[in-house]
Every structure is written in structure tokens, then in C-alpha cells.
Write a protein that binds this ligand. Sequence first.
Ligand SMILES: [Zn+2]
Length: 158
Amino acid sequence: MATTPAVALFRKLPSLYQRCSWTVNKFDRRSYTFVVSRGPIPEQLEAGILYVNPQGSRCHHLCACGCGERVILPLNNIEWALEGTDARPSLHPSVGNWNLKCKSHYVLGQGRVQWRRRYSEAEIEVVRRRDLKPYQRRPWTQRVGDWVKRLVAFLRDE
Ligand SMILES: [Zn+2]
């Protein structure tokens, strides 16, 4: 039976696919996994590493999309929580880099990056407002305390 061009093309598909995926992988600069490195935060960050400062209050990493931007996340009970082991860290909640050009959005679970949908501008605005709330919801006693402290500082300067 003679080989028609269509059949020939069909037979070539697997190798074509391999070649295409090789090209895609070559240019894919995304991080797929992260591990934790503890200690002073270096000037130059490496992709795929979550740098946690000695106090454990902040972590830096290069955006998982590969854009090369540094992402700084505060670690505390109202912002991000770092869980799991240093070899397979998890971050809660998701990382939404709305301030970066790439606007990437991902979850780090057990050391693996899981991509999340890119939010629209309107959705980003809603998230921004929601994120601000824990700070605005300080108890009135604390607010009055701060006000008194500021007043005392002001009177001392006089
Ligand atoms: Zn990015």
C-alpha cells in the first residue's frame, strides 16, 4: 500500500511533538519546586529557593513564573504561613503577584508549585481590599493606646 502524505505526517507526529516540547522546555524558566533556605537573605536569589530570614518573619523568593522579580512575603498569623518541612515547604494562602508585571498566581504545596488562574483587575482590587482588613480591624483599646502614646511623645517634644 502506498504511503499517502497524510499517513506520513501522522507517523511523524510523535517526533514533531518531542521536538516542540523540547523547544518549549528550553525556554521554560518557571520554577516547579521550592526548598527552604534559612539564614541571612542573600543579595542574589536563586530560583526555586524560599529564603527565610533568621527571625522567621519574612521570606524572599524569585517569582515562580521565571520573570526574575523578587517576591517578599511577611510570615505571621495574618499574612502567610510557612508549613511543612524545609525540603517540601507549603505556603498559605496562595501567592498572587498582583504588583508585578507578570501578575502570576500560584500555590506552593509540599514543595511543588501549582498554578492558579490569573485574576482580572477587578478581582485583584477585591483581594487587595480584603487583605487590608486585618490591619484595619485593630481593637479600639489598641487604637486608643497608640493615640495616647503619640500624644505623650508629642508633649515630650514640646
Ligand atoms: Zn513573575
